[in-house]
Design a protein around this ligand. Structure first.
Ligand code: GN1
Ligand code: MG
Length: 364
């Protein structure tokens, strides 16, 4: 069945009966597939929905994942009635998904908005920091035990390293000999990269409900005011650490270039962007943050960057099974870009740490 027919069939199961106009593929996310599906309302206006095909190779329990999202969005909705919230459509039998074979479909309203892959506008970055900080705070009283771990060990860096070692050993795509330098670098920083995981295991950091995938393009901004409207992509909302959300956001937003930029000499942390995000994030979280947590924020940027480099490299070695790719060496380019960023973060660690301390002071 072609995709037009499939998407139309899925929309009909979500009880959208308008006249079908067609679909556009949306470049959003490296894991799920997203389509904007367009319809014509009876009075002649267009109306669009976002339909996603959830990657069930990455998410082995998509039903549990949808239950997490339902619970979390409901919790936020009760706190903030009237605020724009993520809303998933239901089928006739009240399910928020359509499962057919290996495909797992879901549908939301399309929200006209803008998103950013890199951000030079510091007001936008600060707003994103506030949005992610507020998201964590909204869920501070949510019972962690209610959540399914949608990807077990998602930010368990020790486990990620173990996976990389397995991939090197198996060498399924026959690529290990080309990437000796990358492997050697990542192994040389292993203990530092696993510091957050080790502290978590030792019970030194509080477990929170975290977003876990805080790329700035997971915040939708108002097209005119540039205010953050809503945090999206709740697939990985799970128990986690403050540093997971802070670190991943900086990894993505504060890099001078996009995360798969092949010009490695341009890669690095823009400290102005770092400061703007920290200001926003800490303005919401400083009061509930422990000293130990604050002390991990600068480090967490390096940790999340090195961790993702191990994931990209393991996927390259496996033959690109997990992340969507645009070229055969896409995962290798991503790995190299993240390694260049991790190196720059090590150089700037003291400066980043000082900025966190300044923002903590200012926010208290
Ligand atoms: C994936 O699919 P997307 O873009 O939301 C990945 C993140 C990575 C990110 C890197 C579930 O996120 O962990 O940081 O790619 N999500 C999952 O771009 O693995
Ligand atoms: Mg995601």
């Amino acid at each position: 069945m072609d995709l037009n027919q499939k998407l139309l069939e899925v929309c009909r199961l979500f009880r959208i009966d308008y006249q079908y106009l067609g679909y556009e593929t949306i470049q959003m996310g490296n894991v799920n597939r997203t389509y904007k599906v367009n319809f014509l309302l009876p009075e002649g206006n267009p109306k669009s929905f976002l339909v996603q095909n959830v990657n069930t190779y990455a998410f082995r329990n998509p039903v549990g994942l949808m239950e997490n999202i339902d619970k979390v969005t409901e919790h936020i909705r009760q706190k903030k009635p009237g605020q724009l919230a993520l809303h998933f459509h239901h089928t006739e039998d009240r399910k928020t998904y359509v499962a057919d074979g290996a495909n797992f479909w879901r549908m939301t309203n399309y929200v006209p908005s803008v998103t950013y892959n890199t951000a030079s506008d510091l007001a936008v970055v600060r707003n994103a920091g506030m949005a992610f900080g507020e998201f964590q705070m909204d869920l501070a009283d949510f019972d962690i035990g209610e959540l399914t771990e949608t990807i077990p060990g998602f930010h368990n860096t020790r486990q990620r390293y173990q996976k990389l070692l397995d991939s090197i050993r198996e060498d399924r795509a026959g690529r290990a000999s080309q990437v000796r330098e990358e492997i050697d670098y990542l192994l040389s920083v292993q203990d530092l990269a696993c510091r957050l995981t080790d502290m978590q295991m030792a019970g030194e950091l509080p477990l929170r409900v975290t977003h876990n995938d805080t790329k700035i393009n997971n915040v939708l901004f108002h097209p005119e005011t540039k205010e953050a409207m809503i945090v999206i992509d709740l697939d990985t909302v799970m128990p986690g650490l403050m540093g997971h959300d802070f670190g991943d956001a900086i990894r993505f937003a504060a890099n001078y270039v996009e995360e798969d930029c092949p010009e490695y000499d341009k890669v690095g942390v823009n400290l102005d962007v770092f400061r703007a995000f920290a200001e926003g994030f800490l303005s919401k979280t400083a009061l509930t943050m422990t000293e130990a947590e604050a002390g991990t924020l600068a480090l967490s940027c390096f940790v999340l960057t090195a961790e993702l480099a191990t994931r990209f490299l393991a996927d390259y070695l496996d033959g690109d099974l997990y992340f969507k790719i645009n070229s055969p060496d896409h995962n290798l380019v991503r790995t190299r870009c993240q390694i260049a960023l991790a190196r720059d973060m090590l150089r700037k660690m003291d400066q980043m740490d000082q900025i966190v301390r300044d923002c903590m002071e200012a926010a208290k």
